[in-house]
Write a protein that binds this ligand. Structure first.
Ligand code: SAM
Ligand code: SF4
Length: 476
């Protein structure tokens, strides 16, 4: 960790930092960042910071960033530019940058934006309290180490406030796969799995605080191989089965998975573990074996298709989601056609598609890129197909009874919104007391371009678009 001496503040200023202060956290990117933001807010909560919804009037602003695609990093610099007037109006305002952009750019962030007081990488945010002490002394703090210690074990305990019915729980971090386009192995480091007993404890704690659905997270979550309390090594399926025994935990999900880590036990769990929801995000990235090889994915399109068949045999109503990259260096029209063919064969309920973005330091960044206009055109064609499939999947829900976990009020007065087991957003006209309840909802179509409207179960119910999850680098 490095502290960069700045102007020394008088002691009374440092003391003023110990009262109740307002913290605004803005999160970019994937669910893992959402989880990290919660933990950082908890850690700062122990320092007297209370989280607020707006940057205006905050004493500290923390941007938790994502570096997966180029625009994501640029977004952070634009956001810092927008924060300048707030800092000008309040010189005591502290501004921090956390996450993968912090890891990748380090001190460069402070050079480009000298008003930034703190830069902390994804593996060192348990050291935030010490960094905050440096800030209180009028210094800047920068920490982008990959420390030996487990940050989760060293995180200061925050206030155990009541929370909403759904929560993320990071079980695994980092990646050893080194896909040739991806920065994750460099920004998040080597693959590490958290010990199962700590995860089970954290899950029980979440349930005590009102949570009913937990999504297990990892950059490669199905590569999970944590130490089990029995002394053995547990895979993800074993962890899921043990979590499923926790009273009060009704739903379990996991994301994001790599096809090569879908083992037999995990496939079987989709068939025999009732609490594991019938939704799977299983990125394939491309349908051409030539491109998959250049991406260093270490599987073929055929192997992916056979895997999908086996998972669907275990859970026939599985709602499948995926990620795609178009315009990867060397991708020809024929390669792209193979991606469209794969999508046609699989039939996705939801999917996320991206134009290839060269990331400095990754092997693919050295290669000649596809003409940007061509890549744009392919992205549009792929998205048109995926949108058609998504609508078809929503239409298939019409007239079906789904089970909905209600999370919060909807946009319209008197409306509540929740998620079906397939991760469809479902709207009903109902009281706020529905929050945290799981109820059956019969769906019917509301508008042709949306999905469905209820005819039974709960009264006046609508079932909206699927795919409310966030994914690296984009907000959807
Ligand atoms: N571990 C998951 C897997 O192996 O499929 C993916 C996690 S990755 C952090 C999230 C998604 O971002 C990827 O699936 C990929 O589609 C997209 N992505 C990653 N690097 C990218 C790049 N350089 N350009 C465009 N999209 C990228
Ligand atoms: Fe790892 Fe997924 Fe990135 Fe590949 S795409 S390097 S598997 S995080």
């Amino acid at each position: 960790m490095r502290y960069i001496p700045q102007v020394n503040k008088p002691l009374w200023k440092a003391r003023a930092m110990t009262g109740t202060k307002k913290l605004f956290v803005k999160t970019y990117g994937c669910q893992m960042n959402v989880y990290d933001s919660e933990r950082m807010a908890e850690a700062l909560g122990a320092q007297g910071y209370q989280q607020v919804d707006s940057a205006e009037g905050a004493d500290m602003i923390l941007l938790n960033t994502c570096h997966i695609r180029e625009k994501a990093a640029e977004k952070v610099y634009s956001e810092l530019g927008r924060l300048k007037p707030l800092r000008a109006a309040n010189p005591d305002l502290k501004i921090g940058v956390a996450g993968c952009v912090a890891q990748a750019e380090g001190e460069e962030i402070m050079h480009r934006q000298p008003m930034v007081d703190l830069v902390v990488g994804p593996q060192t945010y348990h050291r935030l309290p010490t960094m905050m002490e440096a800030l209180a002394r009028g210094e800047k703090a920068l920490d982008t180490d990959f420390p030996e210690e487990d940050k989760f074990a060293h995180l200061p305990k925050g206030r155990k406030a009541r929370r909403g019915p759904t929560a993320f729980l990071t079980v695994q971090e980092g990646c050893d796969k080194f896909c040739s386009f991806c920065v994750v192995p460099y920004t998040r480091g080597a693959e590490v799995s958290r010990p199962a007993d700590r995860l089970l404890r954290e899950a029980r704690d979440l349930i005590d605080r009102g949570v009913r659905e937990i999504t297990l997270l990892g950059q490669n979550v199905n590569a999970y191989h944590g130490a089990g309390p029995d002394g053995g090594e547990w895979g993800l399926a074993r962890l899921i089965r043990e979590m499923a025994t926790i009273d009060g935990l009704d739903r379990i999900r996991f994301t994001t998975s790599h096809p090569n880590d879908m083992d037999e036990d995990l496939i079987a769990a989709h068939g025999d573990c009732d609490k594991l929801m019938p939704y799977l995000h299983l990125p394939v990235q491309a349908g051409s074996d030539k491109v998959l090889k250049a991406m260093n994915r270490k599987h073929t399109a055929e192997a992916y298709l056979r895997l999908i068949e086996r998972i669907r045999a275990a859970r026939p109503d599985l709602h499948l989601s995926g990620d795609f990259i178009v315009g990867f260096p060397g991708e020809t029209e024929a390669d792209f056609q193979a991606t469209l063919d794969l999508v046609e064969t699989v039939g996705y309920g939801t999917a996320y598609s991206f134009k290839y973005s060269a990331r400095p330091g990754t092997p693919a960044a050295e290669r000649a890129t596809v003409d940007p206009a061509e890549a744009d055109d392919r992205l549009q064609r792929l998205q048109a197909l995926l949108t058609r499939q998504q609508r078809a999947a929503q239409d298939a829900m019409v007239g079906r009874r789904v089970s909905v976990l209600f999370e919060k009020p909807g946009r319209m007065p008197g409306q509540m919104v929740g998620k079906s087991e397939y991760l469809h957003a479902v709207h009903v006209d109902g009281p706020e007391t529905l929050k945290g309840q799981i109820a059956p909802v019969d769906t019917r179509r509301q508008r042709p371009e949306l999905a469905c409207r209820a005819i039974g179960g709960l009264n006046g119910t609508t079932c909206g678009a699927a795919g409310s999850r966030t994914e690296c680098g984009s907000s959807r």
